[in-house]
Write a protein that binds this ligand. Structure first.
Ligand SMILES: *[C@@H]1O[C@H](CO)[C@@H](O)[C@H](O)[C@H]1NC(C)=O
Ligand SMILES: *[C@@H]1O[C@H](CO)[C@@H](O)[C@H](O)[C@H]1NC(C)=O
Ligand SMILES: *[C@@H]1O[C@H](CO)[C@@H](O)[C@H](O)[C@H]1NC(C)=O
Ligand SMILES: *[C@@H]1O[C@H](CO)[C@@H](O)[C@H](O)[C@H]1NC(C)=O
Ligand SMILES: *[C@@H]1O[C@H](CO)[C@@H](O)[C@H](O)[C@H]1NC(C)=O
Length: 218
């Protein structure tokens, strides 16, 4: 107790003021922690394209099998998904510029996902306009055929009894397909947003709160 006996009116006021700002800071930190939301993690778990399976040696079956995983990692927040719009492209490399050829659109119905829940959506998609001969040639040349999947939807979070405002979720990824028509990487391929996480959703408010409470504490 180095300061015992030295307490004057001044330090008492300082202490009171200090504990007030400390309480305020901790309260806003706590609020930020409990209101903070993270976007779901979406990933492609599996792809199969029979037309690119060299054993079949035929591009007659032009469908694509896509297995999508949606993972709500929030410990205590549910997620409402609006209709999920998904589009696929075949990526060609023309004189060093990557050009995406649209090959499929599909939608998945919106749904509610509870906290810490995972969902799978496995679909056989019809395609149109895939340059199959070019893709087969790329693979025969020992490379991967490159495709891209993009997903757009609107989500809102459920926190206890209320719902946050809606915000758009726009994610996508390239994936390579090998000579048996499977996704090259066995592990899941995550769909990423082009926007850094900090700048999306409600986080600017949260960041401001934390900065404010830190300033108050110092
Ligand atoms: C490719 O086709 C062959 C012949 O139908 C089949 O046995 C094999 O399982 C297919 N490959 C994959 C990865 O499904
Ligand atoms: C693949 O099919 C083509 C024509 O459909 C045929 O000429 C070729 O021999 C076949 N290749 C194999 C490995 O079966
Ligand atoms: C596109 O193809 C050229 C020539 O094959 C290659 O040098 C270049 O790295 C490719 N670009 C991409 C982004 O794959
Ligand atoms: C797929 O969606 C894109 C973008 O909305 C559109 O330009 C294209 O015509 C659609 N294709 C089909 C077959 O619906
Ligand atoms: C999904 O597509 C439908 C129909 O084209 C459109 O009305 C809706 O706004 C799209 N959703 C998003 C999030 O872009």
């Amino acid at each position: 107790m180095p300061y015992s006996g030295q307490q004057t009116g001044g330090t008492g006021c300082f202490r009171c003021c200090f504990s007030f700002t400390l309480t305020l800071g901790l309260t806003s930190l706590f609020m930020w922690l409990s209101l903070r939301t993270s976007n779901p993690i979406l990933s492609i778990q599996d792809i199969y394209i029979p037309a690119l399976n060299k054993t079949l040696n035929s591009t007659a079956d032009q469908r694509i099998y896509l297995d999508l995983k949606l993972d709500n990692g929030n410990k205590d927040k549910g997620i409402f998904y609006d209709t999920l719009n998904i589009s696929l492209h075949y990526q060609t490399n023309d004189s060093n510029a990557i050009i995406g050829v649209p090959i499929s659109n599909y939608t998945l119905p919106g749904f509610y996902q509870g906290h810490n829940k995972k969902a799978r959506r496995k679909n056989w998609l019809d395609t149109y306009g895939v340059p199959w001969d070019a893709a087969v040639e790329v693979i025969a040349g020992g490379k991967l055929a490159v495709f891209r999947v993009d997903l757009t939807t609107v989500i809102r979070f459920k926190i206890l009894f209320w719902k946050t405002k809606k915000h758009r979720l726009v994610v996508g990824t390239d994936f390579g397909v090998n000579d048996v028509g499977k996704k090259e990487r066995r592990k899941g391929t995550r769909l990423k947003s082009g926007v850094p996480e900090m700048l999306s959703g409600d986080s600017p408010v949260a960041v401001l709160l934390v900065v404010l409470s830190t300033l108050l504490l110092v």
